[in-house]
Write a protein that binds this ligand. Structure first.
Ligand code: FE
Ligand code: CA
Length: 532
């Protein structure tokens, strides 16, 4: 039986266990227990994440009235029972316990389930009173020293208004061992402020979000989507944020709109907004308790070893960056992008990343992160840095060239093998060779950047981004592009890293099938990806 047949047989792929009421019909009924005040509290689904060889986080948030303040929950603590089993029927329960859902954490629970076996599938569910949650499936990471094949999917940018979340469902149907979300999981805008080229298909609730209650309500709106719930229910997610979880193109404590004279946020008021946004993010993601933010700070960058197969260094390129250069204009150079004081990771994270790379014993050194690393500056090499036409993507690594050079030089100098960067943000699929000098086609290839398109952002899209031919003509390191919606399917073992660029031809209506638009492999020890 292949993985997909197994999932269909077990009911996970069909979504049988996610049909509201289906799995719990027998426990509901007219004879409600005395004291039970809730209707179904599991309207936001369940999730798991941050897998280790012996542990995984399981998550839910109680919200019987998900869009209401506090999700319709009373302002008191509620006990949530949980269990983890080796089988979907819960005949072999291996761990169970009780967690406390607190009103100050939006009645979310983040249970760090320990004592599990490596690289195994588990099933989990929650119970409040006599209400049972849907059943989720999750998987631990492979053990140290083992090197099994790993199937990962990679996604980003799910603007709720721009389309239906079919790509999340198609991704879940691939039965990944692990899912990477690279940010823009929500968007902060009020309804119809950000409109897809062919119009929006549904609306955000409320104004642009600023307060904790508003961020919570926005997560509740997104997480009510059945395709997204399905995607969380089939595999553990490893998440990181980009900008829209807080504010478009913010940088550390600097908001997008930065003129206080025009009524924009001050640093202090933006810190309060970031604190609310980070808290709501933590409350709604399958992250460990230890990741809980403190005020406007939350350490999200972290490392996962999948045995000797892959080491994933998950980056945070928003919280510690200096302001974007050149007024954050696309394609404009001004010299500031070469500022040696500028940083995209901050010193601490940059050193941590270098340590991860030099100490890795895994075949693949993978960086799940947010923004384009390869050069998108299509001007010829002889242009001077101060030439206003010589800029690239200033919100991405192009805007922080000293940071980029530090990382790529480290990879070159330490001879870091099998360097793979995973990127989101740009709402289109790309493949790029990573070179020490992007202006020199003879500069050796150090690694490969696989960029995933969006789940929905920018609507149905087209076969190719309009600017790709121009960029590619002057930048041979840019080798593939698609402007359709979709995700990456990455299969890796000790010798080969394969990426299938999965696309859907529309998201403006539900139900699109998925197809592979292109596939590339990287062989261990040979950094340049080859089309297959
Ligand atoms: Fe986005
Ligand atoms: Ca973004």
């Amino acid at each position: 039986m292949d993985r997909r047949s197994f999932l269909i047989a077990s009911g996970v792929v069909t979504g049988a266990s996610l049909v509201p009421g289906a799995a719990r019909a027998s426990t509901r009924g007219t004879d409600r227990p005395r004291g039970a005040r809730f209707s179904d509290p599991f309207t936001l689904g369940i999730a798991s994440g941050d897998p280790l060889p012996d542990a995984v986080v399981i998550w839910t948030r109680l919200a019987p009235d998900p869009l209401a303040p506090a999700g319709g929950m009373p302002g008191r603590r509620v006990a949530v029972r949980w269990e983890v089993a080796k089988d979907e029927g819960f005949t072999k329960v291996v761990r169970r316990g009780a967690a406390i859902a607190r009103p100050e954490e939006a009645h979310s629970v983040h249970v760090d389930v320990h004592g599990l076996s490596p690289h195994r599938w588990y099933w989990y569910r929650f119970r409040v009173g006599r209400e049972l949650s849907p059943v989720g499936r999750t998987r631990t990471a492979p053990a140290v020293g083992t090197a099994p094949a790993v199937l990962a999917t990679v996604n980003s940018c799910s603007q709720y208004e721009h389309g239906y979340f079919t790509a999340y469902r198609r991704m879940a149907e691939e039965s990944p061992d692990v899912v990477f979300n690279l940010g823009d999981y929500i968007y902060e805008y009020e309804a119809n402020d950000y409109v897809a080229p062919d119009g929006n298909v549904r609306d955000h609730i409320g104004d642009e979000i600023n307060t904790l209650d508003e961020y919570r309500q926005r997560y509740a709106q997104y997480k009510g989507d059945p395709d997204l719930q399905f995607a969380h229910a089939v595999a553990p997610w490893i998440v990181t944020w980009d900008d829209h979880e807080v504010d478009n193109n913010y940088a550390d404590l600097i908001p997008e709109d930065r003129d206080p004279e025009e009524g924009n946020a001050t640093t202090a008021s933006f810190a309060a907004r970031r604190a609310a946004a980070y808290k709501a993010y933590w409350e709604h993601m399958p992250l460990r308790m230890s990741r809980q933010p403190s005020g406007p700070d939350m350490q999200l960058y972290r490392r996962f070893d999948f045995g000797a197969t892959a080491r994933f260094s998950v980056l945070d390129t928003r919280q510690y960056r200096t302001d974007q250069p050149c007024d954050d204009q696309f394609g404009v150079g001004c010299g500031e992008e070469f500022d040696p004081q500028a940083t995209i990771l901050g010193d601490e994270q940059a050193s941590w990343l270098e340590q991860n790379l030099s100490s890795s014993r895994s075949a693949w050194n993978v960086l799940p992160q947010q923004i384009f690393m390869a050069n998108l500056d299509a001007e010829p090499a002889e242009e001077t840095p101060q030439d206003p036409n010589d800029g690239g993507y200033n919100d991405a690594w192009d805007g922080y060239r000293v940071s980029r050079q530090r990382l790529l030089s480290y990879v070159a100098d330490r001879n870091i093998q099998n360097f793979v960067v995973l990127t989101g943000d740009i709402h289109s699929h790309w493949l790029a060779d990573l070179r020490l000098d992007f202006e020199d086609p003879d500069s050796p290839v150090l690694g490969t950047e696989f960029v995933t398109t969006s789940i929905t952002s920018n609507g149905d899209g087209s076969d190719q981004s309009s600017f790709f031919p121009f960029l590619a003509a002057n930048s041979p390191h840019l080798r593939y592009n698609s402007n359709r919606r979709g995700y990456l399917l990455c299969t890796m073992d000790k010798s080969v890293y394969r990426t299938d660029y999965r696309v859907l031809d529309y998201v403006s209506r539900p139900g699109a099938p998925v197809r592979t638009d292109a596939s590339f492999i990287v062989e261990s020890g040979r950094p340049r990806a080859e089309a297959v």
